[in-house]
Design a protein around this ligand. Sequence first.
Ligand code: F6P
Length: 342
Amino acid sequence: MRFGVLTGGGDCPGLNAVIRAVVRKATRHYGDEVLGFTDGWQGVVERHFRPLDVATMQHTLPQGGTVLGTSRYNPFKVDGAVDEVFTSLKDNELDGLIVIGGEGTLSCANEFSQRGLPVVGVPKTIDNDIGVTERTFGFDTAVSIATEAIDRLRTTAESHNRVMVVEVMGRHVGHIATWSGIAGGATATLIPEEPFDIDSVCQALEARHEGGRYASLIVVAEGAKPVAGTMNIPEDTYDEFGHVRLGGISHRVADEIEKRTGIETRVTILGYVQRGGTPTAFDRVLSTRYGVAAIDAARDGAWGSMVALRSDEIVRVPLSDAVADLKGVSPQLWDVAQQFFA
Ligand code: F6P
């Protein structure tokens, strides 16, 4: 059989490990062929692809990024592109497509699946916000990077008796913020799911810093929002998928903290550092498991499904369920995080 594979949306540590696993099991175990499309859905539409085999995937397991390239190209927003996807698969005599992506890319996969395209999804994103899977690959790496950064910021904060505001990724959900906040001992963590009250944050900081040296670390998810009407924040802009483009809330938070408390406050926006570089061992293993499970699902003709992690087992779930709702931070974990604030 012949299968296509693509990586779409923002890049993420572990993408190459998934592709490598797909190729390995497809070619060595099933004797199948794999075509890699470049730059996500755009490669399918524009017929940019190359054959992948075990040799071409050598040395890629620890490599960050994606050897296939990626883009936020949305075929449902380009004239004629949806039909091109169907003809591209037909012309290349492909039996199905493995789509490795986050919410935007998988929503396209789901839409195509509803129209009869044979697709299997693999959940990718450092944000860990895909529903029905307990973990997306890349998340563990991002949390490790953010935690290391917080540890480093703490020593400089302590030396200068400052508040450090650290902005991490997380458009709609605060998984990276919550996990790295707990792991790094954050004074407070601000996440999109829970609008924050800048008054309470400042009061807690004042109490903490009263009468002595005391460094504080505030972890802010990029999508964190203040309680309505309590602070001015800039207007959002949007990408091809209609996703809000963020970045900068930490400066607003820091300005307010300094203005209200008088405590010297500095900002660090971790940004794309969280997405780059080598995946952790956990992400390499999870990605490898996902890749193997994805080609097994394709071989079984389990079209319209996505591989997912549930109770440490890889299972198949309907793509439509996976893209129905974003997964937020659980109340239980948020409660744990809050116990250590201020
Ligand atoms: O991969 C998800 C994500 O990291 C979000 O947290 C972030 O808002 C977004 O990607 C930004 O990526 P880009 O600038 O590549 O669109």
